[in-house]
Design a protein around this ligand. Structure first.
Ligand SMILES: Nc1ncnc2c1ncn2[C@@H]1O[C@H](COP(=O)(O)OP(=O)(O)OP(=O)(O)O)[C@@H](O)[C@H]1O
Ligand SMILES: [Mg+2]
Length: 316
């Protein structure tokens, strides 16, 4: 079966991502659908571990497209993001030319070009999802450069000329907001803020990602993490942490949470010393109580979200 490169509806996007083990919330599926439909880049922001990077990966898989990822970092430059000349190869060529074996004029031809992710995405003949991950880590200058690429979908190489995209790649940018991005970049993108999933959805994600995890354990762990997120922590745990925790708990053979196992495994969820100070024994006891209650009523569904929200207010 061939995968679609575009989708007929938001529901189709949802189903295609699900088929690749990603359970998007409706808002994200809508944004992806729109971004593809109007061929605009989509900027995904949200706290760490909410599924920004994975959304792009799942989209590529769902579209049967090639995923090209540009991981941003401070000091990222054109040579690593766009292209670089292959000096070693050029030197060999010069040597051959000196021996009269080849013509020297070809030294700056496409065969000496090393394509980096942006050029690779623009020049590709196949459908591509270009993931520009953690753009907030790159410098301002790189962001300014990116503006041009995302406006025109073309790249100019002085020695060769301008290379334009034959078909526009689907572009997903992610940011953790370590700094605010420029308005000019935001204007070129659709924007979607990914929130932590509602409890029912997070349980579903855990069960999908941790095969064989006992149903009750998945529900209690997800509810416990939801409770943690209402506390004043240095770093609220993301979906990634819930999944890691469920893995750890399942590896220990747990069927359900108790205070002792929480204490043994909390390092899968909390990553800051201060947060262990905040989540002391009495807080654990209360979170456990609430997680058990919430997990017990999850299958019933109705009214859960609001009742949980009310009770979360009491965790401190
Ligand atoms: N909706 C979801 N459906 C399925 N799996 C998910 C979902 N959201 C998150 N995950 C899982 O959670 C983990 C973390 O996701 P991901 O790495 O995409 O987070 P992120 O937002 O990019 O985090 P960071 O900001 O730290 O880079 C992944 O293993 C992913 O499989
Ligand atoms: Mg990421």
């Amino acid at each position: 079966m061939s995968s679609p490169t575009s989708f007929a509806s938001i529901t189709e996007v949802e189903a295609a991502l699900r088929a690749h083990s990603y359970l998007p919330q409706r808002g994200l599926a809508s944004s992806l659908f729109l971004a593809l439909a109007i061929e605009k880049p989509l900027l995904l922001e949200g706290e760490a571990g909410v599924g920004k990077t994975e959304a792009a990966k799942a989209l590529a898989a769902a579209m049967g497209a090639r995923l090209i990822r540009l991981q941003c970092y401070e000091g990222l430059d054109v040579a690593h993001a766009v292209y670089e000349w292959n000096y070693a190869r050029q030197l060999l060529h010069i040597r051959a030319a000196q021996e009269g074996a080849v013509d020297e004029q070809e030294l700056f031809g496409p065969e000496f070009l090393i394509r980096r992710p942006l050029l690779e995405a623009i020049a590709s003949d196949e459908p591509v999802v270009l993931l520009i991950d953690e753009i907030d880590r790159a410098d301002d200058e790189f962001e300014a450069f990116l503006l041009e690429v995302l406006s025109d979908f073309q790249i100019t190489i002085p020695e060769i000329g301008t290379i334009s995209a034959k078909r526009r790649p689907a572009v997903i940018l992610t940011s953790n907001r370590t700094r605010e991005l420029h308005d000019a970049l935001k204007r070129r993108c659709l924007f979607h803020w990914i929130t932590h999933p509602p409890l029912e959805r997070e349980i579903e994600i855990v069960r999908l990602r941790v095969p064989g995890v006992p149903e009750r354990l998945a529900a209690e762990a997800a509810a416990f993490v939801a409770g943690l997120r209402t506390m004043d922590l240095a770093k609220a745990p993301g979906v990634a942490e819930t999944i890691d925790w469920a893995h750890a708990l399942a590896a220990l053979g747990c069927e359900e949470l108790d205070a002792e196992v929480v204490e043994q495994t909390l390092g899968s969820v909390l990553k800051y010393y201060e947060d262990f100070e905040t989540v002391r024994d009495d807080a654990v006891a209360q979170l456990l109580r609430e997680a058990r209650e919430a997990a017990a009523i999850v299958p019933a569904g109705a009214g859960l979200a609001s009742s949980l929200r009310e009770r979360r207010g009491s965790v401190s």
